[in-house]
Design a protein around this ligand. Structure first.
Ligand code: PCA
Length: 197
């Protein structure tokens, strides 16, 4: 299985984005039977889709697993859905905000993740790590990236599966540590692989 795993760089108050730290570690440990390509994405509404898609075209993955940090969450969140809206008063790394603008005028209201989120959640919990299914990836750059990825896959006719996982901030009120985030994502990848085989 060829896996493109992405994380984001710093933004706002997030100086070290754990999503990129996890993606890098996954590329190093490289789970059995999985060829991994890790890419860091910029926290910008405009252009993040292009950066991601360039990696998809270069690497031709079977699966795209996108990671981002959710600073207010304390557990691993497997995102079920991406919605067609950019709505944020919080600036991105280009200083842009969006007042509630559709991501794609010709796109559907939402895309479901094409990864087995329930099984990923269950396997993570079974390993003793805190996890949940989330029904909102927000309306900032992470939701935008997940939506763009699924839109582009649909429009390119590729069979690539894709989904998004939010990880907690590092070392905040009871949040899990990097090692455990890597463990959780490794477990999620094993579940994805079982589905691909
Ligand atoms: N988290 C933000 C964008 C980049 C990141 O890591 C989000 O949840 O939208």
């Amino acid at each position: 299985m060829k896996l493109l795993i992405t994380g984001f760089g710093p933004f706002g108050n997030v100086k070290v984005n754990p999503s990129w730290e996890v993606a890098k570690r996954i590329a190093l440990v490289h789970p059995a039977g999985v060829e991994v390509c890790a890419r860091r994405l910029p926290v910008v509404f405009d252009g993040v889709g292009d950066v991601l898609w360039e990696a998809v075209e270069q690497f031709a993955p079977d699966v795209v697993l996108m990671l981002g940090v959710a600073t207010k969450r304390s557990v691993i969140s497997y995102e079920r859905v991406a919605i067609n809206i950019d709505d944020s008063s919080k600036v991105d790394n280009e200083g842009k905000t969006y007042p509630g603008t559709p991501i794609r005028l010709d796109g559907p209201t939402a895309y479901f993740s094409t990864l087995p989120v329930k099984e990923m959640r269950d396997a993570t919990l079974a390993a003793g790590l805190a996890a949940e299914i989330s029904n909102s990836a927000g309306t900032y750059v992470c939701n935008h990236t997940m939506y763009e990825c699924l839109y582009r896959i649909e429009h390119s006719g590729l069979k690539t599966r894709a989904g998004f996982v939010h990880v907690p901030q590092l070392k905040t009120n009871g949040a899990i540590e990097l090692d455990n985030m890597v463990k959780a994502i490794t477990i999620a990848i094993e579940i994805i692989k079982k589905h691909e085989d």
